[in-house]
Design a protein around this ligand. Structure first.
Ligand code: PMP
Length: 378
């Protein structure tokens, strides 16, 4: 029987637990659907689609709308089915067998995963204990491995930390190849690496419609980068990869930018409320510039706290078994009511002695969490 490629045999798939609960705060989506006016405009345009024809292969109208929203040239915009497909296309073009890709862990697991699927070697730098990125570590990794592609996620997932501009500049100075800044959550933070994009800099910034734009169901993402790089990506991506419906959805969504700005403001305000209440509850809270918050319920077993929340019909992300994230949990910012329900449920769970780590058990429990990490789940 045919067996899978040798290098794929050891890889695990990408998993995300889906449990039937009342409040879902585990996948960093927008808690609200798109505005009603968007749905109406969408319905009108979809009824005019020429279903028997292939869509516009170059997705010009959509790319023009994105280019306008960022004040860049249309030739600097590449679109695909979710930013995951954007990342995959970049890696198909610039990684692959015999090439090296650098990441700084913990970070978005799919960067390393897709790089490995293309056959590239992944070099994992390590963030400090507070998840900031030490310039010495950046230098060690980049000068030591001379990677063809370096990834930086800002704000980072799952930690939420925003990378300072000087770190991006340092990486640009040191990197011999392409720098990819994954900005899936940039609208929730206070700066974007987009301002560093130009035709002479081998850097791209990736974005998604899945979060701010309330369109995770449509699967649409894009990158902004030098036009010569976008031209290379066009050689790699499948013809007609972006269907007609999605091209319309993306173009129309951008008309509702001010509604989305209001939602971003609400999310940021709720994030502040969640973070301060989490601190009041005695957990360690990591500063977030995204639409989620990573926290560690010190003195409790993370997995038991997660289960206690599920028992109260609240689902958040259990990161407690992931490398470097022992006992950590990640909550997506939802509607104010959802966030209050989460915080109330968490207060109950933490007051319940059964999730407490016994001091004598704490060390062995943390060790067992570390050894059970498989790195596959994101
Ligand atoms: N990058 C990061 C950092 C993410 O967290 C996610 C979503 N989990 C993605 C990319 C993928 O987003 P999309 O839905 O656009 O594929």
């Amino acid at each position: 029987m045919i067996s899978v490629r040798d290098d794929l045999r050891a890889l695990q798939g990408y998993h995300s637990a889906q449990v039937d609960v009342r409040i879902r705060l585990n996948t960093n989506e927008s808690p609200e659907p798109p505005p009603t006016a968007f749905r109406d405009a969408m319905a009108a345009e979809v009824s005019n689609i020429e279903w028997n024809r292939y869509p516009d292969r170059a997705a010009v109208a959509l790319r023009e709308a994105i280019a306008e929203s960022h004040s860049v040239d249309v030739a600097q915009v590449f679109v695909a089915n979710g930013s995951n497909e954007v990342l995959q296309t970049v890696l198909l073009a610039y990684a692959g067998p015999g090439r090296t890709v650098a990441t700084f862990e913990p970070t978005y697991q799919l960067h390393a995963q897709i790089a490995r699927v293309t056959g590239a070697t992944v070099v994992e730098g390590q963030r400090a204990d507070d998840f900031t990125l030490d310039p010495n570590e950046v230098e060690r990794v980049i000068t030591g491995s001379q990677p063809h592609v370096v990834f930086l996620t800002s704000p980072n997932n799952p930690t939420g930390l925003v990378e300072p501009m000087e770190r991006v500049r340092q990486i640009l100075d040191l990197a011999p190849g392409l720098v990819v800044v994954d900005e899936a959550y940039a609208q929730f933070s206070d700066w974007s690496a987009l301002e560093l994009i130009d035709e002479d800099t081998p850097m791209v910034v990736t974005r998604t419609f899945s979060k701010t734009w309330s369109m995770a169901g449509a699967r649409l993402g894009y990158l902004i980068g030098p036009s010569w790089l976008v031209a290379e990506l066009d050689k790699v991506v499948l013809p007609y990869h972006l269907d007609a419906v999605k091209q319309i959805a993306g173009r129309l969504a951008l008309r509702f930018a001010s509604d989305m700005d209001d939602r971003v403001r609400q999310t940021v305000a709720e994030r502040t409320r969640i973070s301060s209440t989490l601190a009041d509850l005695g957990t360690t809270v990591f500063p977030s510039g995204a639409n989620f918050v990573l926290f560690r319920p010190d003195g409790h077993e993370g997995r038991a706290v997660w289960q206690g929340l599920v028992d109260r019909s609240v689902l958040i992300r259990d990161c407690s078994g992931w490398p470097r994230l022992a006992n950590c949990l990640r909550v997506t910012v939802g509607t104010p009511d959802e966030n209050s329900a989460f915080l109330d449920a968490l207060g109950e769970v933490l007051a319940d002695r059964s999730t407490r780590l016994q001091l004598s058990l704490q060390t062995s429990s943390e060790t067992s969490l570390e050894t059970s990490q498989n790195g596959a789940d994101q």
